[in-house]
Ligand binder design. Structure first.
Ligand SMILES: Nc1ncnc2c1ncn2[C@@H]1O[C@H](COP(=O)(O)OP(=O)(O)OP(=O)(O)O)[C@@H](O)[C@H]1O
Length: 581
């Protein structure tokens, strides 16, 4: 995985573009609401002055009615703004969540090996949720606050300029302070997000391994780690929050000073008969109202810090590049595909080579059985063939074409793999067999399973193809899961298949069914079988013995069987199946 691109905030505009119409409407509503807020104190001012001058009751009633209309209108506008704001925020952030998930699904295994699923959930959802307010309300609220401030101050200058000057001074000081310290909490907010992602990673990992945790009596240790991780989130969160609220606290202090000054001046002007009682009320009301947009700006500065930390993390993620570069070729030869490894070297980490100078050829339609002790590199061989990792040097060719020159989709369309670790998704049996590809008909699925000898198994499921399976595979036995995985691959009609056989405890009937399914599967394609049973090896043409990432033996099965010095012949003589694993 490589990093690229310097973080910048302009990329966010891309997500706001599709919702620009709604944003405009939001802005219009906000301006209308600001207008309504500005009008109300003026109505009250008139009301007080009319009442103080013993004005007629009907005028007072009209003024009260207008006040009510504006108050209700303002409330309706507030609800509409909140609704639209959330709508915009969900639309924009869902798009970003989608992009992050798509990006993560394309990142290579070296990246995913270092991350837990829980951590990834936090990055794809948690970080983006932190930005959601920013998307919807930041620009709108900042603009709205400035418009309201300008309206209040502008109007105040027409009434009493010394008081208006004090209010302006306070406003400028508050905004200046906020701008100056706006980035104070960004780094610690980022740390807080990191700690939270680690906590989710820990929970997910321990719950995924619940069997081992319970069976080994590890719950107290897990809880200990959990509390330590939570404490870390708490400490990081507290620090981030304290730094984020400093701008807000600053404005509270400044506001208290401003209100005192304005009220003292207002009372002075009232006592010297320079302003009416209604105007004094208006001044008081507007001073109070000044607090709202400034507090709003303070909130937005806090939100900005949270959003910026989320943005930086999301951008980092989007900037990470997969090491698996696609080729351009889309066409592989028709029919079964041959396979060639040509002086292939591979390692997960630079300091520990896993495959050394692997060279072999499997011709189209042939079957190769791979055996070797645990850790000898059998699975790694299939991983590099499927381009889950890049090899260090050498060439792997499928159908005569270097797999690096192929588009990944072209490779995956023709090469299938059945692993021992079958992943089930939350959905019906049909969804799981077709991997949610709705274009595969039930007739085709049932026809295929019939040919594989698996129909009986599907029929035994309570609702056939509509049977609901639970994610994770808890609802299937190991043998059933293996049958299932075979069917899944067979439906894609592969031309080269890699089969990591179950080493497991299948009963004789299931094993026979599995064997006949494998034979069917391999009739029209080339097969690589990581063999765990001697009986499987009877079906293959060639045998490769791996040891410490090197080919110890490679040859035709029948030739090796007749050579008493070969590993394979030794296995046949001793019958030590455990040596296969
Ligand atoms: N993701 C990984 N990161 C680092 N090293 C790994 C990784 N996966 C496997 N290895 C190492 O690579 C070597 C070969 O592993 P591999 O899984 O290919 O063996 P295997 O022959 O398939 O073993 P088994 O039969 O037990 O599945 C081992 O030493 C293993 O520790």
């Amino acid at each position: 995985m490589q990093q690229s691109a310097k973080p910048s905030m302009s990329w966010l505009l891309k997500y706001l573009k599709p919702v620009r119409g709604r944003l405009l409407l939001l802005l219009i509503l906000l301006l209308a609401s600001t207008g309504a807020q500005l009008v109300n104190p003026q109505i009250v001012q008139r009301f007080i002055d009319t009442a103080a001058a013993n004005g007629i009751v009907s005028s007072l009633l009209v003024l009260a009615g207008i006040y009510l209309v504006f108050a209700v209108l303002n409330q309706i506008l507030t609800v509409a703004i909140s609704y639209l704001g959330n709508d915009v925020s969900w639309r924009a952030t869902n798009q970003l969540r989608g992009d992050l998930l798509k990006h993560c699904l394309r990142l290579d295994m070296r990246f995913h090996n270092l991350k837990t699923p829980g951590e990834m959930i936090e990055r794809i959802d948690g970080d983006v949720t932190n930005m959601s307010n920013f998307f919807a309300m930041f620009i709108i609220k900042v603009i709205g606050s400035f418009v309201l401030l300008a309206g209040i101050l502008g109007y105040m200058f027409t009434i009493n300029w010394p008081i208006a000057s004090v209010m302006t001074l306070f406003t400028l000081a508050s905004i200046g302070a906020m701008v100056f310290i706006r980035n104070l909490g960004v780094t610690s907010s980022k740390d807080e997000r990191g700690a939270s992602a680690a906590l989710f990673g820990l929970i997910e990992e321990r719950i995924a391994g619940i069997e081992d945790v319970q069976a080994n009596g590890n719950v107290p240790y897990v809880m200990n780690r959990f509390y330590r991780s939570m404490r870390n989130v708490f400490l990081k969160g507290r620090k981030a929050w304290m730094l984020r609220v400093i701008p807000w606290n600053t404005t509270v202090v400044l506001f208290a000073i401003a209100v005192t000054a304005v009220l003292m001046l207002g009372v002075h002007y009232f006592l010297t008969d320079q302003i009416s009682l209604g105007t004094l009320f208006l001044i008081y009301q507007y001073t109070q109202m000044l607090n709202d947009p400034i507090e709003q700006l303070g909130d937005q500065v806090q939100e900005f810090q949270k959003a910026k930390s989320g943005m930086l993390r999301s951008q980092e993620l989007l900037a990470s590049r997969t090491e698996i570069m696609e080729g351009t070729q889309t066409a592989l030869p028709d029919g079964a595909l041959g396979l060639e490894f040509d002086h292939v070297h591979f390692s997960y980490n630079p300091d520990k080579p896993v495959l050394h100078d692997i060279t072999f050829t499997v011709r189209p339609g042939e079957r190769l059985g791979i055996i070797g002790r645990t850790g000898s590199g059998k699975s790694s061989l299939s991983r590099v063939l499927l381009r889950l990792y890049n090899i260090n040097s050498g060439t792997v060719r499928v159908g005569g074409i270097d797999i690096r020159d192929l588009k990944l989709e072209a490779l995956y369309r023709r090469v299938g793999m059945v692993t021992q670790d079958v992943q089930l998704f939350d959905g019906t049996l049909r969804d799981n067999l077709t991997l949610f590809d709705g274009s595969i008909s039930d007739d085709y699925i049932l026809g295929t399973t019939e040919r594989l000898g698996l129909k009986q198994w599907i029929d035994s499921q309570p609702e056939g193809l509509d049977t609901h399976l639970k994610a994770g595979g808890a609802s299937l036995s190991a043998g059933e899961a293996q049958l299932f995985a075979l069917t899944r691959v067979f439906l894609t009609q592969p031309s080269l298949v890699i089969l990591d056989e179950p080493s497991s405890r299948l009963d004789a009937a299931t094993e026979a069914m599995l064997q006949s399914a494998v034979d069917q599967l391999m009739q029209n394609c080339t097969g690589i079988v990581i063999a765990h049973r001697l009986s499987t090896l009877e079906q293959v043409d060639h045998i490769m013995v791996l040891g410490d990432g090197r080919i110890l033996e490679f040859g035709e099965r029948e030739v090796l069987a007749k050579d008493p010095t070969s590993h394979y012949a030794q296995l046949l003589i001793t019958g030590r199946e455990e040596d296969l694993a």
